[in-house]
Design a protein around this ligand. Structure first.
Ligand SMILES: Cc1cc2nc3c(=O)[nH]c(=O)nc-3n(C[C@H](O)[C@H](O)[C@H](O)COP(=O)(O)OP(=O)(O)OC[C@H]3O[C@@H](n4cnc5c(N)ncnc54)[C@H](O)[C@@H]3O)c2cc1C
Length: 477
């Protein structure tokens, strides 16, 4: 332990009291990394668990005074290595700031501490008859602070937008230890630069989000779920265009390759397949009904069936099933939502990219043969929120290939992959952020001028660079 860490340890213990500081090797390993398997060293010096905003401020002041960097840490479900501590940082976990403070039904807002899980936020909203619509599979562990710090998206972006669209206000502890109170319940506040937006998606590099005020909305009256089998990638966009024209209210349009369904069924111990025969591609479609009464639900169901029947007649789709009960709807959703979990043990190399929607099929038409040519023997599986042009590209490690060799081959392919994305005016990170994982490829999506401005913002808000150094871009020299 360096003298600096020993000093910090003593001061932090005093500030946080019993249970506020962890240093056992298993705790350092547990809190020291996220769900991204990047192969970086995991080496935090200490883990702190403050219980209040005042304690977060105390931690930041102590670390800043001693020049010890801090990694703000949420549920560590991130997929870009952004919550990983590689060289002696202090992990500042928000897990004990987990109070829902208030739900205002009239204003349709929710105020909570940053460590409340996404699921906790959704449940508190639902208890008040309202909805927080940002939704994704790691909601049981991902925290709302992490959700803001990554500007998380998920499966309903097509209808409800990204986390950024639901943030009314937040409180942030900055490097001086001061607390910035960036709006609360105000809907209108045109008073210069909107500083909130800087902290959303900043991946913990500018400060610690400690409290959040979110907008809520009314939940849909009812939803209908269909699972559709398709022959190829262009058919996915043809169906999307058809549904867009139909005036049905689409709330999800998620694509998945057949291999994803196989992996999910294998992972779960083989549930029934959605169709008797395998099909190359599938799309999960969810539509909202305007009212919950039987006649409206039936009319929406008929309309959806008509659209799918027309698509089948036009040769765009092979088959479709419509969930008849909420349980069937959940089972179809599980085929999509369980993919990440099911692929985890194949140590997949993941790339989360965004394309203009119109470019998705052409991109996949170039991506799939490129993988086959450059990475023979490595299967590629694609799934994603195709309604917003967001594809999750997964390369799976064959069992006979050592992890290090597999990662080396995949990393050797990244430049070609990202060039393909850039050439179609896409983004190398749709919703998972940059973190450590894509730091060295940021230039494929951001110009030198943009990166210089981002560095300038970092230098103003965190002049000594104590927050999450090395994430998004390398630390300043
Ligand atoms: C199965 C699975 C499915 C997923 N699906 C999606 C999806 O559909 N869409 C999507 O967008 N993401 C998805 N993710 C990624 C991940 O869940 C989200 O990025 C999530 O928002 C991260 O929240 P977290 O609390 O786990 O953050 P962490 O992983 O702990 O941290 C992520 C980043 O946020 C920073 N951070 C965390 N808390 C704070 C805070 N309070 N203040 C400042 N900075 C902070 C960290 O320093 C780090 O840079 C998925 C992940 C998994 C494992």
């Amino acid at each position: 332990m360096t003298p600096q860490v020993a000093e910090a340890r003593q001061r932090l213990q005093q500030a946080l009291g019993a249970g506020g500081l962890l240093e056992a090797p298993e705790d350092l390993a547990y809190y020291g990394s996220d769900r991204c398997r990047g192969g970086w060293p995991v080496a935090p010096s200490l883990v702190v668990l403050p219980r209040s905003i005042a304690e977060v401020q105390a931690v930041v002041r102590i670390c800043a005074a001693l020049g010890l960097p801090i990694v703000p840490s949420g549920g560590r479900t991130g997929l870009a290595g952004a919550a990983t501590a590689t060289s002696g940082e202090v992990i500042l976990s928000l897990e004990r700031l987990a109070r829902v403070i208030a739900v205002d039904s009239a204003a349709a807002t929710l105020r909570c501490e940053a460590g409340v899980t996404l699921q906790g936020v959704q449940e508190a909203a639902a208890d008040a008859g309202l909805m927080y619509p940002v939704d994704y599979a790691s909601k049981g562990s991902a925290q709302i602070g992490g959700s803001l710090a990554t500007n998380a998206g998920g499966v309903k972006v097509i209808r409800y937008g990204l986390t950024r669209d639901w943030v009314l206000g937040m409180k942030v502890v900055v490097a001086s230890g001061e607390l910035l109170d960036l709006g609360g319940a105000l809907v209108k506040n045109n008073t210069g630069y909107d500083l909130r937006q800087l902290f959303i998606g900043a991946e913990g590099t500018l400060g610690v989000i400690v409290e959040v005020t979110l907008r809520l909305c009314a939940p849909p009256a009812d939803t209908l779920v269909a699972f559709v089998a398709l022959p190829d990638d262009p058919a996915i966009l043809a169906l999307f265009a058809r549904l867009r024209r139909s005036r049905l209210t689409l709330s999800a349009f998620e694509c998945l390759d057949h291999g994803c369904v196989d992996r999910v069924r294998e992972h779960r111990g083989a549930a029934d397949p959605p169709f008797p025969e395998a099909h190359p591609r599938y799309v999960l479609v969810e539509v909202e009904t305007p009212l919950a009464d039987e006649a409206t639900v039936e009319a929406t169901r008929d309309r959806l069936m008509d659209v799918l029947a027309d698509a089948q007649e036009a040769g765009e789709i092979d088959d479709a099933v419509l969930a008849g009960t909420p349980a069937q709807g959940r089972a179809l959703w599980a085929l999509r939502e369980d993919i990440s979990e099911s692929l985890h043990r194949y140590t997949p190399f993941k790339a989360d990219v965004a394309l203009p929607v119109a470019e998705v099929a052409a991109f996949l038409g170039a991506f799939r043969p490129l993988v086959a040519a450059r990475l023979p023997g490595i299967p590629a599986l694609v799934f994603g929120h195709v309604g917003d042009g967001n594809l999750h590209l997964n390369l799976l490690r064959p069992p006979e290939l050592a992890l290090a060799d597999f990662l080396a081959r995949c990393h050797g392919f990244e430049d070609e992959l990202f060039a393909l994305v850039r050439d179609r005016r896409g983004s190398i990170s749709a919703e998972h952020g940059i973190g450590l994982l894509k730091r060295d490829h940021l230039h494929y999506s951001r110009s030198a001028e943009e990166i210089a401005i981002m560095r300038g913002i970092k230098a103003v808000i965190d002049p000594a660079g104590i927050f999450n150094p090395g994430k998004i871009f390398p630390p300043a020299e």
